[in-house]
Ligand binder design. Structure first.
Ligand SMILES: NC(=O)c1ccc[n+]([C@@H]2O[C@H](COP(=O)([O-])OP(=O)(O)OC[C@H]3O[C@@H](n4cnc5c(N)ncnc54)[C@H](O)[C@@H]3O)[C@@H](O)[C@H]2O)c1
Length: 279
């Protein structure tokens, strides 16, 4: 990778779902860009593995710590955000943790308990993260702050392979983020929603497994002929977290290789993907 430009120098950041996928790649890029990062996840063993990886890849990382947090529990989120008070308060939070449950299905077959679990983590978790970030930023008299919430392209385009609870949850993240952006704009707090396309992360790839037709059904919709990589999302999050995006607020920030802009996609070999740093 190119030499770091320290675009996040001195910023205190929290990343949820930091043990894998987008969260881990974002932690690596944030650390390279000079941010102090609190890595949060529900899985402590996964966090321990992830922080070791970040330290290996970014030996110059400034402050880097882990914390167990189930984002669906407000007390966990509050403790996570308040633990950064001694760092000088939170400047950036990336509310990224989310689930897509294997039993999530269509209008008829989605179990109610899967619906509730999905909304609790994907929607309420993001709300709690936003709430406690706002309280922290006020407590520390921050004149600017960046909150990035992970939604999905399924909040923008419909799919004939539905996962209704997941899609509904991501639509809620988009609407909530937009409203918060407007409500807090005069406080200097920016809220943007990241909309990733399907990616090569465990969340999707474990679910697709070796089922080639299931995979192809999705891959064909990409103009580039491939799924996205977590690092391609992380690059966008660095921009949204940094002061470079000071006039970017309330957006549905789509990082999808053109998937949601396509009708008929090209044929031929797929483009070459960048390498993730965490694997
Ligand atoms: N992978 C995709 O194709 C894709 C596409 C669009 C959006 N997204 C979204 O991106 C975000 C990150 O996904 P990813 O692909 O990196 O997935 P991932 O499964 O690799 O990582 C998600 C992380 O969240 C953690 N997590 C799960 N439940 C949690 C909870 N209750 N509290 C705290 N942490 C919890 C997991 O332990 C895991 O480390 C999710 O919100 C997901 O919905 C993913």
């Amino acid at each position: 990778m190119a030499a770091p430009r320290r675009r996040l120098h001195g910023k205190n950041a929290i990343i949820t779902g930091a043990a894998g996928g987008i969260g881990l790649e974002t932690t690596i890029l944030f650390a390279r860009e000079g941010a102090n990062v609190l890595m949060a996840d529900i899985s402590v063993p996964a966090l321990e593995k992830a922080i070791a990886k970040v330290k290996e890849v970014v030996p110059t990382a400034p402050r880097l710590e882990i914390i167990k947090c189930d984002v669906s529990k407000e007390a966990d989120i509050q403790a996570m955000v308040e633990s950064q008070d001694s760092w000088g308060g939170t400047d950036v939070i990336f509310n990224n943790a989310g689930i897509m449950h294997a039993d999530d299905a269509d209008a008829v077959d989605t179990p109610e308990k899967i619906w509730d679990m999905t909304q609790n983590i994907n929607v309420k978790g993001v709300w709690f993260g936003c709430k406690h970030a706002v309280l922290s930023m006020r407590r520390h008299k921050k004149t600017k702050g960046s909150i990035i919430n992970t939604a999905s392209v399924v909040a923008l385009v419909g799919s004939a392979t539905p996962q209704l609870a997941y899609t509904a949850s991501k639509g809620a993240v988009l609407a909530m983020t937009r409203e918060l952006a407007i409500a807090h704009a005069r406080e200097g707090l920016r809220f943007n929603a990241l909309c990733p396309a399907p990616l090569n992360t465990p969340l999707l790839q474990d679910w697709l497994g070796d089922d080639q037709p299931k995979r192809h059904r999705r891959e064909v919709h990409f103009p580039t002929g491939r799924f996205g990589e977590a690092i391609e999302q992380a690059q966008a999050v660095v921009f949204l977290a940094s002061d470079e995006s000071s006039f970017v607020n309330g957006t549905d920030f789509v990082v999808d290789g053109g998937m949601t802009r396509a009708y008929v996609t090209p044929e031929g070999p797929a483009t070459v993907a960048p390498q993730n740093q965490g694997h």
